[in-house]
Write a protein that binds this ligand. Sequence first.
Ligand code: COA
Length: 263
Amino acid sequence: MTDQTLVRIDPADDDGIATVTIDRQEKLNALNPEVIDELGRAFEALRHDETLRGVILTGAGEKAFVAGADIGVLAKMTPTSGVAVSRQGQEVMRAIETFPRPVLAAVGGFALGGGCELALACHLRIASENAVFGLPEVGLGIVPGYGGTVRLARLVGLGRAIELTLTGRKFDAATAQSLGLVSEVVPREELAERARGFMRAITRNGPVAVSLAMEAIYQALDSSTEEALRHEAALFGILASTDDMREGMQAFLEKRRPTFRGK
Ligand code: COA
C-alpha cells in the first residue's frame, strides 16, 4: 500500500478500529479517478485484516468530508466515459456497502454529490455541526451517479429523496439528523473522538453477530419478506455454532462482560 497518496489507512487499533482518510484537501477531497481507485484498494486491503472490527471513513482537513466527484473530470466526459466514471464509483461504493465490518462515515464538513453518496454507502453516519449535505448534480445537468438515486430514498424515504434530488438544495447537519441521514451531530473538534466512541459501542459486541446482522438487513432490501425471514433464520442457526454465542450467553449468566473472539 506504499503508493496510497490520496487515501490514508490507519490500521486497526487495540479495539479493532481502522481509519480511512481521504486526503486531497486542496480540492476539498473531491473524488477523481485516482482517489476512487485508492479508496477501493484501501477497503480491499482492510478486507483481509482478521483483527479488524470496524472502519471509520473520514476526510482530511476542517472543511470537507468530500465535496463531490471531481467536476474538472466530469466536464470532459463523453457518453462512453460517463458510464465508466459512474461504474467505477458505484463499484467502490458497493464494496463499502458490502464490506463485512461496519463502516462509519465521520462527516466533518461538505458532503456534496459523490461525497454525500459515499456517506450513504457507509453503514452508519455521524456529522459535525458545520457539515453540509446535498445532491447538487441536477444543477450541473447530470444525475447522482454513485448510487445516490438508489440509496437516498431507502434511507430518508421517497418523498424527501425526490425533493432533495430535484431541488439539489444543500442542507445542514441538524436537517440531516432530522431526516435520519446521520445518527448524531457533534462539535467539529469532537468528531474524531465521538466516531471512535460510536464504533466502540459496536465493536464490543459479538463480531460475527454484527457482520451477520448487517448481511441480514441489507439482503432483506432485495428480497421478498419470506426469503428474508428464511435467511434471518439461517443466520440465527449459524450463530448457534459460534464460540461467541456461548461466550455471550455464559457471560450474561455469570454477570460478567463477554470476551468475544470472532469465532
Ligand atoms: N470537483 C473539483 N474541484 C472541487 C470540487 C469538486 N466537486 N469541489 C471543490 N473543488 C475545488 C475548487 O474548484 C477549488 O479549487 P481551486 O482552489 O483550484 O479553484 C477548491 O476545491 C476549494 O473550493 P472553493 O470552491 O474555493 O471553496 P468554497 O469554500 O468557496 O466552496 C463548495 C466550497 C463545496 C461550496 C464549492 O467548492 C462547491 O460548490 N463545490 C462543488 C460541489 C458540487 O457541486 N459537488 C457535486 C459534484 S457532482
